[in-house]
Write a protein that binds this ligand. Structure first.
Ligand code: TXA
Ligand code: MG
Length: 313
């Protein structure tokens, strides 16, 4: 469906009746259900083939709406004032109204306030928090265009709202804020580590999962965001297998057959925006895809994180 007021009204009706709808956000497309309706949320897990141990992010309009489902603290308030609405997710203590299926039985809930204008119009219309994981089959790369969702989940969901291409192209940054003395970066994303550290005035801790079957952030499973092709990361010089695809950060001066690039000029944000679309396009045509790592700063950390997981097989 298009993103007209009439379509959003129809889609809101579907959500309030317990259905599931794919929606654009500034990061990637999400597959949404009413977060307060456990039966509706279960349909998301079924459509995606997602294990129930992997909790979902609840999407709300503003801090006031966050306070209805999570217990806020000063760190969350500061980060909200600095970056929201925008591509950052807070993990906080959950309130009792949030069903266990949303949080995979944990006492915490992940909440984010997206900035995408279509998503915000939709949230204002539907007026319930929305559980929305990325709208892809579990483990595959996230969708950044409506047609990516259509191709993989079209027959399993009630509607797709087309809001164009996603601006960021990688999923939100996730910070665990339950213990304010030990803020943790659960997933790097468009809001860079350094900016969060500046606002909080302390360093972010990296999760060290002792039990890989029950990671702190299950979306951080080592293999995730994977195309079917074999992905190999490289930095600097590399011997490429013949017949493989080679993806460079920057456009090569004289591109040859089999060479692709994430950005014309070597811009990290442009590279992030193109990453999943390019991997999808190459998947199927090539059995091996070589990908050049980005500089590890800014959104580059998130791109390298996703590439690392795509390569871990
Ligand atoms: O940008 C995004 O965040 C996108 C768009 C659609 O908003 N959503 C997204 O959702 O990436 P998903 O389900 O693909 O990733 C959510 C991840 C989980 O895999 C898990 O790692 C983490 O968020 N998470 C959710 N609830 C959590 C909790 N209570 N504690 C720790 N991690 C949690
Ligand atoms: Mg996902």
């Amino acid at each position: 469906m298009d993103s007209s007021d009439a379509s959003l009204k129809r889609a809101a009706g579907i959500i309030l009746a317990g259905g599931i709808v794919a929606l654009p956000t500034e990061t990637v497309y999400g597959l949404a259900a009413n977060a307060l309706n456990a039966d509706a949320v279960r349909k998301i897990f079924e459509a995606k083939g997602r294990p129930f141990i992997d909790p979902l992010i609840a999407h709300v309009l503003d801090f006031e709406a966050l306070e209805k489902i999570a217990v806020p603290n000063l760190s969350a308030r500061r980060l909200y004032d600095a970056f929201c609405p925008g591509p950052i997710t807070f993990v906080l203590k959950k309130r009792d109204c949030v069903p266990g299926i949303v949080s995979a039985g944990k006492p915490t809930v992940a909440v984010r306030m997206p900035s995408h204008s279509v998503m915000r119009r939709f949230m204002a219309e539907v007026k319930v928090p929305l559980s929305a994981p990325s709208a892809n089959p579990f483990g595959y790369v996230s969708p950044t265009k409506a047609r990516h969702v259509e191709a993989q989940l079209g027959s399993k969901i009630d509607a797709i709202i087309d809001g164009g291409s996603c601006e960021c192209g990688v999923e939100s940054t996730i910070v665990m804020l339950v213990d304010e003395d030990r803020p943790m970066l659960l997933r790097p994303g468009p809001v860079p580590r350094s900016e969060i550290e500046r606002v909080l005035g302390r360093a972010l801790i990296d999760p060290k999962d002792k039990n890989p079957a029950h990671p702190t952030a299950p979306g951080m499973l080592k293999t995730h965001y994977s195309p079917k092709a074999k992905v190999v990361l490289f930095e600097g010089e590399c011997e490429f297998e013949s017949g493989s695809a080679r993806v460079f950060f920057k456009r090569p001066q004289n591109p040859r057959k089999g060479e692709f690039w994430l950005s014309e000029s070597g811009d990290e944000r442009e590279a992030a925006r193109n990453l999943f679309d390019l991997l999808r396009n190459l998947d199927g045509s090539f059995s091996t895809i070589y990908c050049q790592k980005l500089p590890d700063s800014g959104i580059g950390e998130a791109v390298n994180d996703r590439l690392g997981r795509a390569a871990a097989k």
